[in-house]
Write a protein that binds this ligand. Sequence first.
Ligand code: AMP
Length: 334
Amino acid sequence: MWGKKDVFFGFFTNTFNICSSQSYIKMSLLVVGSVAFDAIETPFGKTDKIVGGAATYISLSASYFNPKINLVAVVGGDFPSSAITTMKEHGIDTTGLQIKQDEKTFFWSGKYHNDMNTRDTLVTELNVLGTFDPIIPEEYQSCDYLMLGNLAPSVQSTVIQRLKHRPKLIVMDTMNFWMEIAMDDLRKTLSMVDVLSINDEEARQLSGEYALIKAARKIMEMGPKVIIIKKGEHGALLFNKDQVFFAPALPLEEVFDPTGAGDTFAGGFIGYLASTNDITFANMKRAIIYGSAMASFCVEKFGTERLEKLTDHEVELRLKEFVDLVQFEMTLPK
Ligand code: AMP
């Protein structure tokens, strides 16, 4: 992992050149979200219940940038201890993972359409998530960075209220499910965060605007100063009040399973920001590239499989592929 070397391999300038390495800083990152069982069907195959969940993908992805990751989530007695061991092996502190022995883990099932960019949710069984009370261990309460993965918005706002200090940056994710059943709570939570990361369909639903620029502007009025709109294989857009940045997704030969790509993207984004401890818009542009690189791994295998065993070298090569993909020289006419 990056932290073992105590320096980053390479940073991008705004024009995607690799420039000098930067000292590594260990900031704390609190990740809250679902830890789940998923059953996934894509045109390439089908899985039985496998380990998934927003917080699982976020934490694994962020772990490659090695901030101090603390996890707050809940599972049932049916959740495999081997999956918790995998998280620990990635340096993720699981003290805040509640295990409700007599209950069942959250279960989600989805089926992808042939284009792999759209999916239908077949089943959402909240189980332990239905009564989730996010208890934040004392040692997590002064976190520097907070990533609120997809969860009931009332739980997300409770987490913010239970912290000792406001973190330097709060990023949240959400989905249409919560817009349909908990819009008032969602509005409240949105008013408390800095960055919202959602996909294009969700941005349209939340704002009532089709054009994404207008959608981003409307969502900013709800609270977040920065909006990330993910467009699946068509990349991601980053907006603040005055600027827009676009990052492509890496064209891949095979996309096996997009589940968790959005969370993996968010994990790479905040993991990189936390590791550099720089929340300027210029650094967020780089973070978008890191998030996109991590998401490109996620889709190559079912579930978390690919994310569990990456090497630093693979991550470095993938980042370089991004540089090569978008770098060009051009002289503008006078
Ligand atoms: P993504 O593909 O990035 O949108 O995230 C997929 C993950 O989100 C899956 O692993 C699911 O377990 C999780 N998920 C799906 N629906 C919900 C929900 N309503 N609340 C929390 N997590 C969810």
